[in-house]
Design a protein around this ligand. Structure first.
Ligand code: FEO
Length: 171
């Protein structure tokens, strides 16, 4: 059982996670069109990660006798600039999501909703990992800039990213 207040806040986060998925799928398409298939693959897997984030929240709402309210998803941009700009945009977006998860956790603390605090802890840790992953890509990207051979090497590395493992059940 969760409060109506918490239910509304988690539904807002569901929308943000869906937007994240949309954003990374749009970035994947953009990367493909500018000749960076490894970047496109990384973004496509990031899209899958976001769907996983959404699905966990969706299941949590239902398991807690809450209502799922799927809202309209904002349209992402079609173009994202240079390779460095693509990942700078990604980092800024993940920092925005981290703040949003922290706000959600703050609400769970205020409401003494221990189940939601335990549930959100996974997202707190996940955001640390997501920001670190993006920073690990941004550092070499900033070094190579627009150097073609450097970009091709990073593109090959990003192509190796593996798909996330989806949970087996809804519980
Ligand atoms: Fe669902 Fe990338 O945060």
């Amino acid at each position: 059982m969760i409060s109506k207040n918490m239910e509304a806040a988690i539904n807002e986060q569901v929308n943000k996670e869906f937007y994240s998925a949309y954003l990374y799928l749009a970035m994947s398409a953009y990367c493909q069109t500018i000749g960076l298939p490894g970047f496109a693959q990384w973004m496509r897997i990031q899209y899958q990660e976001e769907i996983l984030h959404v699905t966990k929240m969706y299941d949590y709402l239902l398991n807690q006798s809450g209502q799922v309210h799927l809202k309209a998803i904002k349209e992402p941009a079609r173009e994202y600039g240079s390779p460095v700009e693509i990942f700078e945009h990604t980092l800024a977006h993940e920092q925005f999501i981290t703040k949003s998860i922290n706000t959600l956790m703050g609400l769970a603390v205020d409401e003494r909703d221990y189940a939601t605090q335990a549930f959100l802890q996974w997202y707190v840790s996940e955001q640390v990992e997501e920001e670190a992953n993006v920073n690990d890509i941004l550092a070499p990207l900033r070094m190579v800039g627009n150097d073609k051979s450097g970009l091709m090497m990073i593109d090959r590395q990003l192509a190796a990213r593996q798909a996330p493992v989806a949970p087996a059940t809804v519980k």
